[in-house]
Design a binder for this molecule. Structure first.
Ligand code: FE2
Length: 292
């Protein structure tokens, strides 16, 4: 039984295609502005990234707080969100007690969906984590990919998310995707020609969007209001294997190999993931520092 997502959400569609759904968390006390204004500044600084200035596709989203540092304090940024062209991203707000119930419920819902896809298995839900986004009207999240699957929920303001096919090399080359997965290069090249591959989703408070693992996307917030959204991100046994296979490919490319791309054969991806984990274990046993 789902507590947060609409009961019509079908877990067997996760990481296949993006889809919209309705969520049941509107009016949740954790997401009210007065709670956000209290909870966010109390989190450790490394959990909160905020930046000022509109961003464009082609910029390095993962380092936006370094490229566009804000001169304002976090409290001022939140206060002036309507007019300040700012962006606040909070990692793991569930470490604040006001977010713990909603984190538990969302994790339970995702686990329920994963059982529909994988059946009863141990460790289906891997590294679930909440992210909170507060953005000024009209702000833009540049084109990027994530190393996980996402259920993104809108609470205030509107936005358009443009989503791209996961393994299309004309959108993100195999090499760039692998380097991104390995944390080696997080700046993705962009050209407007890529837009032809995009699927546009308009969404508003009460609605949610599933972003499949590693699918490229960018977000344009509406000009009408401050946007507040929250996502639960996670990996599944399948996406975890694909992530490790991407990291494997990145490593062997550096050795001059030309590996087969990830995402076309589950067996091949699992084998690469197995090799990657074995390598990590050996490095750990030999007391060598971890590397990607
Ligand atoms: Fe994202």
């Amino acid at each position: 039984m789902l507590r947060c997502f609409d009961p019509s959400v079908d877990g067997r569609e996760l990481d296949r295609e993006p889809f919209k759904f309705r969520h049941q968390l509107m009016g949740h006390p954790a997401l009210e502005l007065d709670n956000l204004a209290k909870a966010i500044p109390s989190l450790p600084a490394e959990y909160v990234k905020y930046s000022k200035g509109l961003m464009r596709n082609g910029e390095d989203f993962e380092n936006c707080n370094i490229l566009h540092p804000s001169q304002m304090s976090l409290a001022e940024t939140i206060e002036c969100m309507r007019t300040s062209d700012s962006y606040v991203m909070v990692r793991s707000p569930q470490i604040h007690e006001s977010f713990q119930p909603v984190f538990r419920d969302l994790s339970g819902d995702v686990e329920h969906l994963l059982r529909q896809m994988f059946g009863q298995r141990e460790r289906l839900l891997i590294k679930p984590q909440l992210y909170l986004f507060i953005a000024s009207p009209g702000s833009h999240t540049p084109f990027h990919i994530d190393r996980n699957s996402t259920m993104l929920l809108q609470f205030r303001g509107s936005k358009q998310v443009v989503l791209f096919p996961r393994w299309e090399p004309q959108v993100v080359t195999d090499e760039a995707r692998e380097a991104y997965a390995a944390y080696d290069n997080t700046k993705l090249p962009w050209s407007d020609a890529r837009d032809a591959f995009g699927q546009r989703f308009d969404f508003a408070p009460g609605e949610g969007l599933h972003i499949p693992f590693i699918a490229g996307h960018y977000v344009q917030n509406g000009h009408d209001d401050v946007s507040i959204s929250m996502s639960i991100i996670f990996n599944t046994p399948e996406s975890q294997a694909q992530l490790e296979a991407l990291q494997f490919n990145h490593k062997v490319r550096g050795l001059g190999w030309r590996p087969a791309p990830v995402g076309h054969s589950a067996g091949r991806d699992q084998f690469k993931s197995f090799l990657w984990r074995a390598r990590r274990k050996v490095r750990h046993t030999l007391n060598l520092p971890p590397d990607n």
